[in-house]
Design a protein around this ligand. Structure first.
Ligand code: THU
Length: 132
């Protein structure tokens, strides 16, 4: 992946994070998905007073992309104010394994965007449950 594509995707995740609705945790997360044909779909976390209904930034972006007809993803960027970056939770890993299995995952701390951790979805969730 071209380095400028990575920078752009991270910037879009930073921008998406500003729209996070996180009144309970105050932990704002931004995500941006890159499709194979170069489109970027952003998302941010949305929390509920009934905490379990909260949806992570990654899943908001993924659901938005899927329900806009996008199916083929090259990368996803996730940013938060967290040393080393916020790692996708287990639920997001499962969804990424199902719908973006070949995506590269870039994780960064918004206070140190030059340091980007790169992982694959397969590294995040080896031997994923995807068929039955
Ligand atoms: N969160 C995300 O949006 N993505 C992650 O990868 C980890 C956690 C959100 C969910 C919740 O709104 C807040 O961070 C604190 O858990």
């Amino acid at each position: 992946m071209a380095p400028n594509r990575r920078t752009e995707l991270i910037q879009r995740a930073v921008r998406a994070r500003r729209r996070a609705v996180a009144p309970y945790s105050q932990f704002q997360v931004g995500a941006a998905l890159l499709t194979r044909d170069g489109e970027i779909i952003p998302g941010a976390n949305v929390e509920s007073a009934s905490y379990g209904l909260t949806c992570c930034a990654e899943r908001v972006a993924l659901f938005r992309a899927l329900t806009s007809g996008k199916r083929d993803f090259a990368a996803v960027a996730v940013v938060a104010r967290a040393p080393g970056g916020a790692m996708p939770c287990g639920a997001c890993r499962q969804l990424l394994a199902e719908y973006a299995p070949d995506a590269v995952v870039w994780v960064a701390d918004i206070d140190d965007l030059a340091t980007v951790r790169e992982l694959t979805v397969k590294e995040l969730l080896p031997e994923a449950f995807v068929t039955f």
